[in-house]
Ligand binder design. Structure first.
Ligand code: FEO
Length: 395
């Protein structure tokens, strides 16, 4: 896709990755974009690059506007290779001696990825760079989501180049929020739930800091997906709400099954929750991708996990999901465990241990059913559903 002028003399020169379906374990059914931005001022400045495989497309986009050799400054807001993989190719064409601006951690981390002795210019938090008519301010955003992450703010144009924050894995011909409308929000929510959730406390602090600074924002330009120009505050407000993780009257029954007994339990528990006015659904771990389940976990008040006992342990997909969810540190959840077993039946105990470590409010010791749920077993599942419903807020 050709460059798009997003403000006077500022161009989107990124690339669209239509075909990616797995982004380090996150399902990207609608592809993604790697956004890069070119500022055509007295000093021509490139903000961020793209994944290595797309470096030639980036260069082609830049050539539509200017000879890459004329670029004076390169800024790297983030080391991760979807934005810096193309750096070797870019610096080779722009000039290996051109100043490369990044955070101090960015300098350290880029040096680990690239052996070239580039002209690194590590910047301070709050440091400024004049490109002529425009002024760029650097804001360190450590651990949002890497130690090297930073934002670059174009002062006169009131544009925040926000790296991964406020991004979405969405490939489309649209470049702006107003071209997609509400349909972009589920992509933004999934991105938050799977990439940023564990940094929620830092996000709330950052938003407060930005408010205190009185930073005017006409546009937020992330490194993935569309740019927010119609209402940049909409995505900031969504980030605040998602970071607060206020639980809804919503429950997920996440499970795997070998011979349908744990499945039967999951469906009975979900139906019982539904009868109590809870927005509930069973999610089979081999039918739903872990990243889609995690998106639903974000605002769920209850997470109920079921596994058959396999070889004295958990079913592998259940272990996988528990590990994934634990790393993302969701808060304010009611939890419970269930599962069918044949002889040893350790699964429920093992799930409870994980949920306790995640500081979930365990409202039931857990339900184990020997082989197949009979009438009494079905009743026990329904009772578990009721117990969980009582522990949920009424909103
Ligand atoms: Fe889109 Fe953290 O890279």
């Amino acid at each position: 896709m050709k460059p798009v002028e997003i403000a006077e003399d500022i161009f989107w020169v990124g690339v669209i990755d239509w075909n990616i379906r797995d982004f380090h374990g996150y399902s990207t059914y609608e592809g993604t974009t790697y956004n890069a931005y070119l500022i055509m001022d007295e000093k021509i400045t490139l903000i961020d690059t793209v994944k290595k495989e797309f470096a030639d497309v980036l260069m082609q986009n830049i050539r539509h506007i200017v000879d890459p050799k004329k670029i004076d400054y390169v800024i790297s807001n983030h080391t991760e290779m979807d934005h810096s993989g193309g750096l070797a190719s870019v610096m080779h064409r722009v000039g290996e001696d051109k100043p490369l601006y990044c955070s101090k951690m960015g300098h350290k981390n880029l040096s680990k990825h690239f052996p070239q002795k580039w002209n690194y210019q590590p910047v301070e938090n709050g440091g400024e760079l004049s490109t002529g008519k425009k002024t760029l301010t650097f804001m360190e955003t450590r651990m949002l989501h890497w130690p090297d992450s930073m934002f670059t703010y174009a002062k006169e144009d009131k544009i925040l180049f926000s790296s991964d924050a406020f991004g979405q894995h969405y490939a489309g011909l649209e470049r702006f929020d107003d071209e997609v409308g509400e349909a972009i929000m589920p992509h933004a929510k999934k991105y938050f739930a799977n990439i940023l959730l564990l940094y929620s406390p830092l996000i709330l602090k950052l938003v407060d800091k930005v408010k205190d600074m009185g930073l005017a924002l006409d546009m937020i330009c992330p490194d993935h997906g569309i740019m927010w120009r119609r209402d940049p505050m909409k995505i900031i407000s969504a980030y605040v709400a998602w970071s607060e993780q206020k639980p809804k009257r919503k429950a997920l029954v996440i499970y795997d099954t070998m011979w349908h007994s744990t499945e039967k339990m999951a469906e009975e528990i979900a139906e019982a929750l539904g009868r109590e006015g809870v927005d509930a659904r069973p999610m089979h771990l081999r039918s739903c991708h872990r990243s889609d389940i995690m998106t639903e976990v974000l605002d769920a008040g209850a997470v109920i996990v079921g596994s058959p006992t396999l070889n004295n342990g958990l079913f592998p997909t259940v272990s996988d999901f528990l590990t994934y969810m634990k790393g993302l540190k969701p808060i304010n959840k009611v939890g419970a465990a269930f599962g069918s077993y044949g002889w040893s039946g350790e699964a429920v105990k093992l799930i409870n241990k994980e949920l306790e470590e995640m500081k979930f409010n365990i409202v039931d010791p857990g339900l184990r059913i020997h082989y197949v749920p009979d009438e009494k077993g079905v009743e026990a599942c329904q009772e578990l559903g009721k117990t969980i419903a009582q522990a949920l807020p009424n909103n």
